[in-house]
Design a protein around this ligand. Structure first.
Ligand code: TYD
Ligand code: MG
Length: 434
């Protein structure tokens, strides 16, 4: 055995979360134990019936991410930055569950029951089967669970609950972990589907939630740009389903509304036919979305012109400017270049390269891409246009929204409802802007 000091958890990257444990001398001597009678014989894997007992919330976008709803006896961590809308999503989900016959218990230790009532009334989430308590003491929460016998327990937030037998104040790493572990045990024992809300800051510095990821069954993250109404929900870990689903919501005056047609929101304020504007079909967690890529090119005398990328990869923008200069005759060496994706969605895939490059060229030369055209493709260092994953789904989504023309990589197969302009090089692609 090698003993050494370790300050950082190799699993979650958290500092100071590792505690010393003393080995139980009985462990390691299993060889001397007698055999216990098994409760049930082992069975063929194929004969095991998966538990399909889920509580649907009725919020389509949430159920999509959960794979159909909350699984009985499971624990879901709902993480996100403060103010993003976790409590709103939670109360709407609980009202949906209650409306479907589930008894729900909300432990709201962060906001008073009166405050939650006001919010719930505003978003139409009051229901007789949705019960609330403001009690933050863990032992009394267990008491409430035994009194109410809920199907669903929600704790908002895990950072405000405390366990009197554990050291530290509510929200400290030990408290958060011990309380979560106790709630996980409670949830399994009572067969209650539990949702724990956890605040996470951008740098993950707020104690707790990240260290809970291996304690809970499912981790969903609620994200978005506070300045835009768009909210994205993703599963980061899911023991009972896929982690590739994306849920989209819009924060409105009446709470969160599921966005079944997000592309329309992203393109709502677009000025068709404007210079420096290109519509690109991107994939977000397996969902095709149409976004508007914008560029602004402005001459400057400065020795170091500015390059600014918003909601796009800045290094990729630099690379595209070099390829534009070298292979397509678009020189931005004495101009400031801004490029952005409008609407609050962050795009990081190389499939948007061609759209960004065409937007910059369109801005630099005061040319417009014809209305009704989308642009998609990866750009290589030689100025060649390369194929991207799921090209047909991207073009089909564009066609569905009335974009009849698409500038695409040369190997793209035909897609019904769309006129394709296959381009082998960036230079060929630029010819579409007039
Ligand atoms: P909240 O759910 O309290 O966030 P969290 O629990 O993640 O901290 O949401 C807070 C924000 O949402 C707040 O700035 C106001 C806004 N909001 C709306 O825009 N519409 C609504 O109907 C509600 C309830 C909140
Ligand atoms: Mg909250």
């Amino acid at each position: 055995v090698v003993l050494r000091w370790q300050g950082r958890c190799t699993e979650c990257g958290e500092w100071g979360s590792i505690e010393e444990e003393h080995a139980d001398p009985a462990v390691g001597q299993l060889g001397v134990l007698g055999a216990d009678q098994p409760a049930a014989p082992a069975r063929p894997l194929g004969a095991v019936r998966p538990e399909a007992a889920r509580h649907a919330t009725g919020l389509g976008e949430l159920d999509r991410v959960l794979g159909g709803g909350l699984v009985r006896g499971s624990v879901t961590l709902l993480g996100g930055e403060p103010g993003i809308g976790k409590s709103t999503l939670l109360v709407q989900a609980l009202a949906g569950l209650a409306a479907r016959g589930a008894t729900c218990l909300l432990v709201s230790a962060e906001e008073s029951p009166e405050q939650v009532h006001l919010r719930a009334a505003r978003v139409g989430a009051l229901h007789d089967r949705l019960l609330i308590t403001g009690d933050p003491a863990l032992a009394r929460i267990v008491g409430h669970v035994d009194a109410v016998r809920p199907d669903v327990l929600a704790v908002d937030s895990i950072q405000t609950i405390h366990h009197p037998e554990v050291a530290g104040v509510a929200g400290s790493l030990t408290q958060v972990r011990e309380c979560a572990t106790a709630l996980v045990r409670l949830s399994k024992e009572r067969d209650v589907a539990t949702v724990l809300v956890g605040h996470v800051t951008k740098d993950g510095s707020l104690a707790g939630p990240r260290s809970l990821e291996h304690v809970v069954d499912t981790v969903v993250s609620f994200e978005g740009d506070r300045h835009h109404g768009l909210r994205m929900l993703r599963a980061l870990k899911h023991r009972f389903g896929s982690t590739h689903e994306l849920g989209l919501f819009e924060m409105t005056a009446a709470g969160l509304a599921g966005l079944e047609d997000p592309s329309r929101l992203f393109l709502a304020d677009r000025r068709p036919g404007g210079c420096g504007s290109v519509v690109a079909p991107v994939m977000e967690s397996g969902r095709p979305l149409l976004v508007e890529v914008q560029a602004l090119v402005s001459p400057t005398q400065a020795p170091m012109p500015r390059r600014a990328a918003q909601a796009l990869d800045g290094a990729r923008l630099g690379m595209l400017l070099a390829v534009l200069a070298r292979h397509a005759g678009v020189d931005c060496a004495s101009a400031d270049v801004w490029a952005s994706v409008a609407g609050g969605v962050r795009v990081s895939e190389p499939a948007t390269d061609l759209a960004v490059a065409v937007a910059v060229a369109s801005a630099a030369h005061d040319l417009a891409v014809p209305d009704g055209t989308v642009v998609v493709g990866e750009v290589g260092l030689g100025g060649e246009v390369r194929q991207v994953p799921q090209i047909e789904r991207r073009i089909a989504e564009a066609a569905r929204l009335g974009f009849t023309d698409a500038v695409v990589p040369p190997t793209t197969p035909d897609v019904p409802g769309s006129r394709l302009q296959r381009v082998a090089t960036l230079e060929e692609a630029l010819a579409v802007a007039r």
